[in-house]
Design a protein around this ligand. Structure first.
Ligand code: GH3
Ligand code: MG
Length: 538
């Protein structure tokens, strides 16, 4: 090892120590936020931990962390011993925490030690009578970056929930009791009393699938009820849908209304409903707004001085990308035949002024949801939720033009599972499907948000890595390959592992088709070279 690389290794090692310490502080604070009340000794814990952080940050010359630690130390100083934490102090500590989180997150983005998506997420609690099964799930969940804890008794579970609200609880309906009772549901009922918003619960039951039990489960916050036989793979997929950062992205709504007052009113309503809005009082600006705001829903005033709503709707519909975007007309018009006529000219809904905000928001949610699921049908593969072949190629074209424009790097990877036919033959097609989904989840978690992951077909995947040169892409893909090959894939009564081969090419000014071909050739070399490896094109 050269001096330089040794130094770099050391630096990374120490950076890790500082960020770990910073995380510890952030988690302690997060626990307090979740609970709403300072645990005994919170101030002392924070002081001691922060002192350590300050020491490490100074020693390993991590300026940002040092500054954040100083700010925290100043905030904690104003919080006198024994005194309760008032809003003033709380805000000061929070500000310092935000500063610390900021530099810590950036750090972890850089060295990719932990997937940033998992940072500070609330934990998932498992409460199964079968502890061996629980441990198996914990190990698998950890691989996917979930913080998971298994509990052996209802008491332990309740205590921990009181300290830290979980993201989800997965629990046997008879947890901690016998198969005759519903001790698991009873435990959950007690836990829910302590939280303002209920914790989503996934129930499992081996023997009791009665309507009485199912109803009681639903009433206690049960989102799912799995009756008999759920294998670990299925369970993890379910947990993922309830907990893996699936927050609904706010809808982007474009409002075109020449009345300033009406426009302002709409803006406020949308903002309160948590939506992103752009308001135009001049309809002539619509083309630019479509381009740079890319709305998902459009609200149009029917009568404006320069043109009317139906004409604008036609203009919007003439753009391919907005062909399916919901358009909602807004007008004082209550002549139904005129309304119908407007709808026939490319509108989806008609709301009459004055608008009831509740009605408006409900309409937007309905339309938005429908539009998104239709769009997803068009661009996503339904087994894995990844982009489909056509859309992946479309994205590749877009990224190539962007790279051309910015003079930035771009890499493209093709992946193919190794000997996948044998997996299907040995364990069955549905286990094969599950392997495909686990790879897709793994890819989504390990890659950046700006990367695009597509399912190219069968057991082949394509990844577009903007702003990434060949060497960088190789490092990332190789790490993903190695981690994936270690993942134990659960099948009935046993576990197995799967590998993939990967071909990589960096864009060199050629067409998308040629780039794909080069990546595909490298993939062939990776297969020929013995599989389970990443090969790069010259
Ligand atoms: P190699 O290492 O050379 O890639 O070998 P392989 O067995 O992976 O390749 P081959 O092309 O012979 O077989 C691909 C298999 O992938 C055959 C097909 O049944 C399976 N497959 C394709 N799509 C799906 C799918 O959606 N679900 C499942 N379960 N299997 C699929
Ligand atoms: Mg294959």
């Amino acid at each position: 090892m050269t001096d330089r690389s040794q130094q770099e290794k050391l630096r990374q090692h120490f950076a890790h120590r500082v960020t770990t310490q910073a995380r510890l502080i952030l988690e302690t604070w997060q626990k307090y936020l979740d609970q709403g009340e300072p645990a005994h000794g919170l101030r002392e814990d924070l002081l001691a931990a922060n002192e350590k952080l300050l020491k490490y940050a100074r020693r390993f010359e991590m300026q940002d962390h040092e500054t954040a630690a100083r700010a925290l130390s100043a905030a904690l100083d104003t919080w006198g011993e024994q005194a309760p934490i008032d809003t003033h102090i709380r805000d000061a500590v929070q500000a310092a925490m935000d500063q610390l989180r900021h530099c810590t997150l950036r750090q972890s983005d850089e060295n990719e030690e932990t997937p940033p998506a998992t940072f500070l997420r609330p934990p998932i609690y498992l409460a199964f009578n079968d502890t061996e099964y629980a441990q198996r799930i914990v190990r698998l969940m950890e691989f996917f970056g979930f913080r998971t804890t298994a509990f052996a008794s209802p008491g332990d579970l309740e205590n921990e929930c009181a300290r830290h609200k979980p993201e989800t609880i997965v629990i046997d309906v008879d947890f901690g009791g016998d198969a005759e009772g519903v001790t698991g549901i009873e435990t959950v009922e007690r836990i829910q009393k302590n939280h303002e918003t209920p914790v989503p619960i996934l129930y499992m039951s081996e023997t009791d699938g009665s309507i009485a039990t199912r109803l009681r489960a639903v009433r206690s916050g049960g989102e799912e009820f799995f009756f008999r036989g759920l294998d670990p793979g299925q369970l993890i997929e379910k947990i993922e849908t309830y907990s893996y950062a699936n927050p609904i992205e706010p809808y982007r709504v474009l409002v075109i209304d020449d009345s300033r007052a009406q426009a302002k009113f709409m803006e406020n309503v949308l903002k309160k409903a948590g939506m992103h809005s752009r308001v135009l009082t001049d309809p002539m600006e619509v083309v630019e707004a479509l381009e740079d705001f890319s709305p998902e829903i459009i609200i149009l005033d029917m009568y404006m001085p320069s043109c009317n709503g139906t004409e604008i709707a036609k203009v919007i519909r003439q753009q391919d990308h907005f062909h399916g975007a919901p358009i909602i007309y807004l007008s004082a018009e209550d002549d139904t035949s005129k309304q119908l006529h407007a709808m026939s000219l490319g509108g989806d809904d008609f709301l009459t002024k004055p608008i009831d905000p509740k009605h408006l928001v409900a309409t937007l949610h309905n339309r938005g949801r429908r539009a998104r699921s239709l769009l997803a049908l068009m661009v996503r593969d339904n087994l894995t939720g990844l982009y489909n072949h056509t859309h992946t190629l479309h994205l590749l074209d877009t990224e190539i033009s962007r790279a051309k424009q910015n003079g930035s790097a771009l890499s493209y990877a093709m992946l193919d599972l190794d000997c996948f036919k044998k997996i299907n033959d040995t364990y069955g097609h549905s286990i094969g499907d599950r392997v495909l989904r686990s790879l897709s989840l793994h890819l989504k978690q390990r890659l950046r948000k700006s990367d695009h992951v597509g399912r190219y077909g069968g057991e082949e995947f394509a990844i577009i890595l903007p702003d990434t040169g060949l060497e960088g892409a190789r490092t990332v893909m190789d790490e993903i390959r190695e981690k994936f090959s270690e993942l134990r894939q659960p099948a009935a009564g046993t576990d197995f592992t799967v590998t993939f081969s990967c071909g990589l090419a960096e864009w060199q000014g050629e067409s998308a088709k040629e780039l794909c071909e080069r990546a595909d050739n490298s993939l062939c070399s990776a297969k020929e070279g013995g599989r389970n490896q990443v090969m790069t094109a010259q």
